[in-house]
Design a protein around this ligand. Sequence first.
Ligand SMILES: Cc1cc2nc3c(=O)[nH]c(=O)nc-3n(C[C@H](O)[C@H](O)[C@H](O)COP(=O)(O)OP(=O)(O)OC[C@H]3O[C@@H](n4cnc5c(N)ncnc54)[C@H](O)[C@@H]3O)c2cc1C
Length: 393
Amino acid sequence: MDFSFSAKDEEFRMKVRDFFEHEYPREIVEKMASGASPTKADYQKSERAFAARGWLAVNWPKSAGGTGWSANEKYIFDEELERAGALNVVPMGLLYVGPVIYTFGTDEQKKRWLPGILDSTTFWAQGYSEPGSGSDLASLQASAVVDGDDYIVNGTKIWTSLAQHADWIFCLLRTSQEEKKQEGITFLLIDMTTPGITVQPIITIDGKHSLNSVTFENVRVPQENRIGEEGKGWTYANYLLGHERTSYAHVAGKRKQLRNIREAARERGLLADPAFIRKLGELETRLDTLEITVLRTLSSVAEGGAPGNESSILKVIATELAQDITELGAETYGPYVQPAFPDSVAPAWTGNTALPAGAAPAVAAYLGARAQSIYGGSNEIQKNIIAKRILGL
Ligand SMILES: Cc1cc2nc3c(=O)[nH]c(=O)nc-3n(C[C@H](O)[C@H](O)[C@H](O)COP(=O)(O)OP(=O)(O)OC[C@H]3O[C@@H](n4cnc5c(N)ncnc54)[C@H](O)[C@@H]3O)c2cc1C
């Protein structure tokens, strides 16, 4: 395994760094540093800056309108994005439904839905989880029943990220009650303006509104909005999972958080405390091991392997580390930390330049990071995968 980047990779890194320094919208970087939540317009401005360079669909093949970048180039781009403090792309269109459409969609479907993702005019939400179906997603009950050329959709989806901004939602819906519950699930794309859809906000412990419940009451959806075959939605939904998970690592973002914590600790005289130094040192070492694990995964991909089950290891160690870093952050910023106010009152305290870097969003980041071990498949579920598929237990 060779973990080093080539001279060509390093040249690429400089080009990307230059973009973030000179072309990427400054006001977005400042807003992110203040801890305020990005609006739909912020996401679009950020994504259009990437699109202008042809760098928005980082994971897509060239034939589908993507960058066609190597695994190393994607990793470098993510590193530089986080180093700059820029806004990550909204994953629902670019990482989740886009690849499903270009892999399994018809030519008409590709023409209809991919351009809006590639120029960031269409905002997507992911309708998988339900009040009674999360880890055991295949037990989902929201249904789609054929009626002429349409389906009639009924049921409730929950924890639907950014549905309040969404123009479209991609849903897993039950179209028949098969004995094997993974069968009988169909993948439908639904226009959020269709009558019968209600979006209710769920405000989380960090004071933010990113989650929602989405209720469907006799919502009429044309059959032409179905991806692939009826009853095969589970296969399409799972197809690309392992390939996307190295993005959970956020190594550069974590390095930045630890640098800020070290700096604030120095100002507060905490670096003289051996117990504090031990905690900080442990986190820095765990971040090094995370980085090596990511590079090992990339290296195995470059040698023709697939990340597959290793992505479960990455998910667990990356998200546990994120939680521990934000916990030390809240401890370090001490008297500077701001309570996690809802965004509606955030402007009163954001932009306070007297705060050390990283202090303003510290509590919201600490509270928000609790969710990382739940979404994307909870860590207990990832540990089950590691036990069964990697360790063969
Ligand atoms: C911030 C956030 C954003 C989200 N965004 C979306 C979204 O956009 N779209 C969407 O569809 N969903 C989304 N989700 C939902 C997410 O996918 C689910 O929360 C997750 O799959 C867990 O399901 P659950 O909440 O129903 O918990 P449950 O499945 O009820 O689990 C409860 C607890 O039991 C544990 N557990 C369950 N089964 C087992 C088992 N077999 N072995 C050991 N332990 C087990 C779990 O690990 C967990 O600790 C989001 C969640 C969060 C927190």
